[in-house]
Write a protein that binds this ligand. Structure first.
Ligand SMILES: Nc1ncnc2c1ncn2[C@@H]1O[C@H](COP(=O)(O)OP(=O)(O)OP(=O)(O)O)[C@@H](O)[C@H]1O
Length: 457
């Protein structure tokens, strides 16, 4: 269905021009004054209003305020003469999406502005419909993404979730593997059974072993009481092993045996116990490459690589950046009890121009930072600073003069932040690769990246 645009202008030439320009991409409705505009607005749900500032009996901006009081998320563009531009700029701060100056000299710019405005309206509507769908599918996580790549991926997950096969999720850091693992659980026949997850890269071998297998009292120093492991506790449900490539060779062979026999022994016991779970694994390094390099067992690889699903990086999901930004904006507004937004046209362009090397996590963090630091109201490009210096988006202090010598600690901090950010970009968001290149242990890296706001979790 074509989007609906309302054009309010007393100048017939402008109305006809916009109608001709948009006739293939939108259903265009025309009003020559405020009264006609009010009638049409009351009757139809418009995706965009293009409003002239000077109307016979009304001021365009006042009419837009009236419309927005009835429909706060209305996306609107004001059409002004050059004399009124300062009013339009002020209106953008009030929540107007964009303004265009008449006479239109650049028709491509007009089309582009309308395209962006319609995209923002689409993002609002999709987030709303996702919310109401999720309210029905209780337990399923919010997976935002209507780009072709994400539609394909969600289709794949809906197909395999109920089949009880092992699922391998491959994708860069921050692409949403964790969220998709939870979705797989929520859509599976095991959804009412336990869902347990463990990050294989975050724990030393012995701790991971006791967490998975459980142990008998006295099995090792500190084993003060018998404790069942995840293989036992997850019985009937789904087990998510994140960062599977980081599992040690010893644990890889133990896991292989569990998958073959559906049985295991607690540490310190010889009694075999049976278990029934579906395995979901994730990795941000291509497992085939790890097998080739001799770091991952080939037989285990074939066991877990039954259905492999690739999570596309955010830079390959055209359109999703804005949807996710709107989703996180609403989330953090609710969480911090704020009213930040909407985004200006310039902010939308800045968000979409960024390559987001840290993927969805980086975007989420950017919006969280903006909402936390912003007093409220419209979010413009200056507030966002996407992908740039991960310091507060609204600077608290003036930046130091370029030739002012920095204190050693401060200079080192700036170097580290810049260094890690660039490295993450070079490694396409792959944390294990960043760890390898920098020689900094992975866990340590997370702590540092969190400190500099490069990652949030
Ligand atoms: N499609 C999505 N919709 C909504 N939120 C998302 C989506 N994808 C990711 N997120 C959010 O982005 C953040 C990072 O996602 P997640 O932890 O799933 O990434 P990951 O690929 O598992 O990262 P890592 O490899 O570093 O563990 C989370 O807060 C998650 O809720």
């Amino acid at each position: 269905m074509l989007p609906k645009i309302l054009v309010v202008d007393d100048d017939r030439y402008t109305r006809t021009l916009i109608q001709q320009l948009m006739r293939k991409t939108a259903e265009v409705h025309l009003a020559e004054d405020g009264a006609a505009a009010r009638r049409l607005f009351a009757d139809m749900d418009f995706n965009l209003v293009l409003m002239d500032q000077r109307l016979p009996h009304d001021k365009g901006l006042d009419l837009l305020r009236e419309f927005r009081s009835r429909k706060p998320r209305l996306v609107a563009i004001l059409i002004t003469g050059y004399a009124d531009v300062h009013e339009a700029v002020a209106a953008v701060r009030e929540g107007l999406f964009d303004y265009l100056s008449k006479p239109f000299e650049d028709l491509e710019a007009l089309e582009a502005a309308v395209g962006k405005a319609l995209e923002l309206d689409r993002a609002y509507r999709e987030i709303d419909s996702l919310r109401s769908r999720l309210a029905q599918e209780s337990g399923a996580p919010h997976v935002v993404g209507q780009s072709p790549a994400m539609e394909r991926l969600q289709g794949q997950i809906r197909e395999v979730a109920g089949l009880d096969t092992t699922v391998l999720l491959e994708g860069e850091s921050g692409t949403g593997k964790d969220v998709i693992a939870k979705l797989t659980h929520a859509l599976s026949q095991r959804s009412h059974k336990p869902y347990l997850e463990v990050n294989c890269g975050g724990l030393p071998e012995s701790l991971l072993e006791s967490l998975l297998f459980g142990y008998e009292k006295g099995a090792f120093t500190g084993a003060s009481q018998t404790t069942p492991g995840y293989f036992e506790k997850v019985n009937g449900g789904n087990l998510f092993l994140d960062e599977i490539a980081d599992m040690s060779p010893k644990l890889q062979s133990s896991l292989l045996r569990v998958l073959q026999d559906h049985s295991f022994c607690r540490i310190g016991s010889t009694q075999a116990r049976t278990t029934d779970f579906r395995l979901i694994c994730a990795t941000n390094r291509a497992l085939a490459g790890e097998v080739k390099a001799g770091r991952f067992r080939e037989d285990l690889y074939y066991r877990i690589n039954v259905v492999a699903v690739r999570l596309p990086p955010l830079r390959e999901r055209s359109g999703d950046v804005l949807r996710l930004a709107v989703h996180f904006l609403e989330h953090y507004n609710a969480r911090f009890a704020k009213q930040c937004g909407p985004f200006t046209a310039d902010a939308v362009r800045a968000l979409e121009a960024c390559s987001w090397p840290g993927n969805v996590r980086e975007l989420q963090h950017c919006i969280e930072r903006v909402v936390a630091l912003h007093r409220g109201g419209v979010i413009d490009r200056v507030h966002l600073n996407p992908g740039g210096d991960p310091q507060p988006a609204v600077p608290v202090d003036a930046p130091p003069e370029p030739d002012t010598p920095l204190a050693y600690q401060q200079a080192r901090a700036e170097f580290e932040r810049d260094y890690l950010h660039r490295l993450l970009q070079t490694a396409h968001g792959n944390m294990s690769e960043v760890a390898r290149l920098s020689g900094i242990p992975r866990q340590n890296l997370y702590v540092r990246m969190k400190r500099w706001g490069i990652v949030t979790e």
